[in-house]
Design a protein around this ligand. Sequence first.
Ligand SMILES: Cc1cc2nc3c(=O)[nH]c(=O)nc-3n(C[C@H](O)[C@H](O)[C@H](O)COP(=O)(O)OP(=O)(O)OC[C@H]3O[C@@H](n4cnc5c(N)ncnc54)[C@H](O)[C@@H]3O)c2cc1C
Length: 302
Amino acid sequence: MKTESSYDVIIIGGSYAGLSAAMALGRSLRNVLIIDSGNPCNKQTPYSHNFITQDGTPPAEIARIAKEQVLKYDTVTFYNGLATAANKTEHGLEVAASTEEVFKAKKLIIATGVRDIMPDIRGFAECWGISVIHCPYCHGYEVRNERTGLLANGDVAYETAKLLTNWTMDLTVFTNGKSTLTPEQTNHLKQHNIEVIDKHIDLIKHKDGYLEHIRFADGQVFHLKATYARIGFEQHSGIPMQLGCQLTEMGHLQTDMFQKTTVPGVFACGDSTTMMRSVASVVASGNMAGVMANKELIDESF
Ligand SMILES: Cc1cc2nc3c(=O)[nH]c(=O)nc-3n(C[C@H](O)[C@H](O)[C@H](O)COP(=O)(O)OP(=O)(O)OC[C@H]3O[C@@H](n4cnc5c(N)ncnc54)[C@H](O)[C@@H]3O)c2cc1C
């Protein structure tokens, strides 16, 4: 049966960014509904790093503590489920959930994150976040000075390889097919003892996500401890685009410095809005979105 409830603010996405926004709003006495489908991008990572007070804590534990603290504010409600649609109305917005329920609010905060697109390499997805790493600031220290790979191509491979020399000098770039690095880039990498291998990768051999070796299509194997990978992403939810929110060239939701999207009354925060993917960054943007949504509500009623 279709039911309807009204809130000051609905937050779609109840991970770090969404919970951070909810805390600012709960502390501002706002009636808030968080809708979350429980599928954060870092769910496979055993330990999260580089977030002060929680360095080395499992990601789900950080979210659990955050949720517990946020739900102490009795104006905040958490709804486990998927938001399936949203639209603007005369008085604000309506959000539909997969259970047929419809929720109304004056403001909407999108904190739905992004979905990483796994390349078609056997073993890659199983190692993602464990020994196939997205970011050296999050996991580089743990594999410092180890024999490490970088799965990337072109300018991105060059720039990332340069960055990674801060953590290891035993680095190999795997382009998984024809290299699109320029001869100058390849030479410069060579001067730093970084080899570029352009063979197709057949398989990432691992045990419980911990890499043992990479096997190329020609059968040759390459032993290493970990590999970084630069892969594509897409918005986790189509709802912001459905509402008309504009995307940047890179595919993030376009926001101003107050986390306002291009659609009035709709804010966005977290990974869906930035390439600076870290718990610390998204908690900051969530806090800003919560504060600014509250300010807009005050301005409109004063
Ligand atoms: C493999 C990996 C390892 C990482 N390790 C670290 C680390 O060690 N340290 C660090 O600081 N950062 C790390 N990060 C980055 C960090 O995880 C992200 O920056 C952070 O999770 C982004 O938070 P978010 O709230 O924006 O999105 P997410 O955490 O991805 O959460 C988005 C939430 O929105 C929900 N959602 C999406 N669509 C809907 C919908 N339609 N309805 C309801 N709910 C919806 C999802 O289910 C999910 O719960 C890592 C990232 C990855 C991919």
